[in-house]
Design a protein around this ligand. Structure first.
Ligand code: FRU
Length: 487
């Protein structure tokens, strides 16, 4: 294995610029690169970080290891956008080159203070014995595009009762202007939870304690918490690790979901909430983060990948992408997630727009990178199915059974190589209502499926040949189908 500790913690500044340029060129021209998703120029992307809107621009950073498709020395890479659709590459913004973040500028969030973009993130440091030392660091974005760190760390240590798995601060402010941050933690008894700090100025922080939920033993670590309020409800998002599969639920290596409940009455730490719900029933989704848009919408972006899973594109020295931004609302006490409305700007040519009856295997079109919209579904039998990225040997299959209202995605034949096969090659959900609409975004190596106008969402990576482009419907049913080229 070439990924020795030394190779993983080698800084980008040690690499000759011409070598980095050559790496970028190799990645740029490699297979399975995305057409309209945020992806790393080289190396590995993971969590979305620092997502914030300020002065006409969305700022979205991501965890980045520049030198290969593995987890190593993490930077924050910076993207900006006016519309959540077209993203401008701002380059690396946060460089792990100080003692407290010597082994990585780990995940964190963005906030606006004094009319400036600020961030709070986790400094990851390993000592000579490779013991981890964790701190939380505040910084702000300078006009030259770099983050200036406010050192020493705002929260230099882990409080009594928790291990060094203590990270990913999400900062928010209450109506009276008091700042809070919520941090993902592991208790000394190796169970997961979140803790909350309070501040008057977002620089000096006081430990309040642990958020009290109904889940006192739920996995060994809660990563990437996010708290926000929407429609008079309090919502806690987090990514618990160590949850066993349960029927169709919790099939991936790690999970990501939420509690919905009464708004927090901080500094009181009691959270009254409903049971845990997964955010995405697909194969590749983790560590989402939200922000509030200019017009008050709550927008979520996730990592379309998972820790500890390898992907066929790794051999080309890059890995992963962020999901499309989703707009959150609450309906019937649950989160609904719709693709942000701005995404219709991606639509180029209309390839198909008709009400049709499916018979046996109707190929409605051929496309590689597209959006499919299905409305007015009418079933005259118990089920229907369709395949995308299909040819004689490959297909990714979507199947709906109207009797059980079960929707299933099967990627077992999605390409010559299928990621994470040991975690199963299909995922399913039971819809609360009969299937009536479906929206599917397909990029060169991904799909994102939205059922019943955001009732259920599934994301996944697929690695088909570029020439596998069939979109084939079958079953006794009819619907209106619109297909847009997004390439
Ligand atoms: C989640 C995570 C975070 C951590 C970051 C490091 O994927 O493990 O908890 O801050 O990635 O890259």
């Amino acid at each position: 294995n070439q990924w020795t500790r030394e190779a993983r913690y080698r800084p980008l500044s040690d690499v000759d610029p011409s070598v980095y340029q050559a790496m970028k060129e190799e990645v740029r021209t490699s297979p399975w690169r995305f057409s309209y998703h945020i992806q790393p120029p080289t190396g590995l992307l993971n969590d979305p970080n620092g997502f914030v809107y300020h002065d006409g621009l969305y700022h979205l950073f991501y965890q980045w290891f520049p030198l290969g498709p593995v987890h190593g020395l993490k930077y924050w890479y910076h993207m900006t956008s006016k519309d959540l659709v077209h993203w401008f590459d701002e380059g690396a913004a946060l460089i792990p080159n100080n003692d407290p973040d010597s082994h990585g500028a780990y995940s964190g969030s963005g906030f606006i203070k004094d009319d400036q973009v600020h961030i709070m993130y986790t400094g990851n440091k390993r000592d000579a014995d490779w013991n981890r030392h964790t701190s939380q660091i505040v910084g702000h974005l300078r006009s030259d595009g770099r983050i200036e760190k406010h050192l020493p760390p705002a929260i230099p240590n882990v409080p009594e009762g928790y291990t060094e798995h203590f990270r990913d601060p999400k900062v928010f402010q209450d109506a009276s202007g008091i700042w809070y941050c919520i941090i993902g933690a592991q208790r000394s008894d190796l169970t997961g939870c979140t803790v909350i700090y309070q501040s008057q100025d977002a620089e000096h922080w006081t430990f309040l304690g642990e958020l009290q939920t109904n889940y006192s033993t739920f996995g060994y670590m809660w990563e990437c918490p996010d708290y926000f309020e929407l429609d008079g409800k309090g919502i806690l998002l987090f990514s618990p690790q160590g949850i066993e599969p349960d029927g169709p639920n919790y099939q991936n290596i790690f999970q990501s979901g939420y509690f919905i409940g009464e708004p927090l009455a901080l500094p009181d730490l009691t959270f009254t909430h409903e049971s845990f719900q997964e955010l995405d029933f697909g194969f590749d989704f983790y560590a989402p983060q939200t922000t509030e848009a200019a017009d008050g919408r709550r927008i979520l972006v996730g990592w379309m990948g998972l820790p500890d899973i390898s992907y066929p594109s790794d051999i080309y020295n890059w890995a992963h992408a962020l999901t499309l931004p989703r707009e959150l609302t609450i309906e019937q006490g649950r989160l609904r997630q719709r693709p942000v409305r701005e995404l219709t700007q991606l639509r180029k040519e209309t390839l198909f727009d008709e009400t049709i009856l499916f018979e046996q295997d109707v190929t409605i079109a051929e496309a590689e990178i597209f959006e499919l919209v299905m409305t007015d579904l009418k079933l005259s039998s118990d089920s229907f199915r369709f395949s995308i990225r299909q040819d004689a040997t490959e297909e990714t299959v979507f199947h709906y059974d109207a009797v059980s209202r079960q929707f299933t995605i099967d990627r077992s034949r999605s390409g010559a190589e299928v990621p994470a096969e040991s975690f199963g090659t299909s995922r399913s959900t039971i819809l609360a209502k009969d299937l009536h609409t479906l929206r599917l975004f397909v990029d060169r190596s991904s799909f994102e499926l939205f059922l019943n106008d955001g009732e259920a969402v599934a994301s996944g990576r697929i690695f088909p040949k570029t020439s596998s482009r069939g979109i084939v419907f079958s079953g006794e049913a009819g619907a209106h189908l619109s297909l847009y080229d997004l390439s």
